[in-house]
Design a protein around this ligand. Sequence first.
Ligand code: HEC
Ligand code: HEC
Length: 236
Amino acid sequence: MPVWNSCPDVTTIAAAIPGPVRAGKQKTTIIQVTNKSTARLRLGLILLAGGLFARGAGADGDAERGKTLAYTCLGCHGIDGYRNAYPSYRVPKLGGQKAAYLTIALQGYSAGMRQHPTMSAQAGSLSDQDIADTATYFASLGGGTVAAGGTSGAALEAAQTCAACHGQNGISLSPSWPTLAGQHEDYLVHALNQYRDGSRKDPVMVPMAATLSDESVLQLAQYFAGLEGLETTEVE
Ligand code: HEC
Ligand code: HEC
């Protein structure tokens, strides 16, 4: 059992945060729960991300309707190894991704948190209900591995910080945070570099990625890509 998973603090607190709660109130919770400084550091990170519960909270959609809507998306997301041209990296896998995160990501393209002309156009063409339905559909495709919380990877020291949110096995601990397990390695590198150069904005990941060297970016991307999890949704 990995050390990280055997420590109950993170999951306990993640579960204890009921939704959009104000930061000050959450802080009180930490102090009551534990006075261990390492745990507090981890919880601080969780709370920092806690604000994200407010965004894209419920992706309570209709998977059947989402499947019909997703037909266009599969022209890129449904072809294993399909590449974005400039820069060249593989189109991210969506099968088994967390529903609330998918909603946040789609809203992010419309809101300018993320820059990608095609995805902004795609996201902009969807209503809130369309987004919820599509997100519910993709999230439902994870298969057994995602549902079971992933398979245990060979724990990588450098990935311990990430595990607080993205899970020891790369399956994220909250519906609002992306699962990284099984994602394309070159897409993960691309995403981390976007946080590092500021072209992708996120209050949690920008400071997190700023601490990484080029070498750690590659090492972490390779590690998470190698774990079992997300899938390419093939066109039926
Ligand atoms: C022309 C190809 C193309 C089409 C069509 C397309 N996408 Fe994408 N999608 C991409 C690329 C490339 C990215 C990565 C962009 C980036 O770097 O932010 C992406 C990213 C995403 C992400 C973010 C994934 C993550 O892990 O953060 C989501 C969610 C997404 N697409 C959903 C959709 C949905 C839903 C549709 C259909 C309505 C769709 N896409 C249609 C190419 C496409
Ligand atoms: C405090 C929680 C937290 C920690 C710790 C954390 N992340 Fe994240 N991560 C997030 C959230 C939230 C997002 C989604 C941000 C957004 O919407 O752009 C994210 C997004 C990502 C993405 C983009 C995924 C995608 O599908 O586009 C990558 C890659 C990533 N994180 C890698 C890491 C790595 C590597 C570490 C450790 C060095 C790490 N994260 C630590 C919360 C966290």
